[in-house]
Design a protein. Sequence first.
Length: 200
Amino acid sequence: MVDIENAAGHSWAKISEFNCSIMKFIPGLFWVALAALSVVSGAAADTQTNATPVSTLAPIEFLVGGTWHGDLAYATNEPKMAIESKFEWTGNHQGIRFDSTWVINGKGFPYSSGIYMWNPEKKQIAIVYNDAKGALTEGSVEIAGPVLLHNLREVDISGKVEMVQAKMTHLDAQTFINEIYTLTQGHWQKIVSVRYARMP
């Protein structure tokens, strides 16, 4: 004859032991589930963000791709000079980086490297770059139709500050003109004007 009371007591003891074992793992399972939920939520947010990208750098996107080449005016007894620039998206697609090179008699010499980014506080495109001599230039870009007005502050290696404006006029998908001005005695003086064309 089966002792139901003892059997029941034995069963409850087993169940109680099983519950205790499960309770030991619940905190761990909770954190695993929470981490999984975070990953899924993050992926969903990324998917939503990628589905509706908003480019704050749209006015300068035309610069990306190929090599921009601009010849500089020179006298017959001077070396043939040009400048070339390449622009590309950063890995996170939140900036456009660039490198510029002097080309003298067909030979390249690194000139400047920098990046365009969106400044969410000021709601404008920011730019920062340095040249081969170590000068640091920072500034912002104002958009006026096809004209991109760069308001720049250049600090050379000795610490001397110079205010510069670069007026970039976008003519078409393959051409733009860049005019450089420096602030001299309270007036903007044009230093150079270069017409750039995109090469493959």
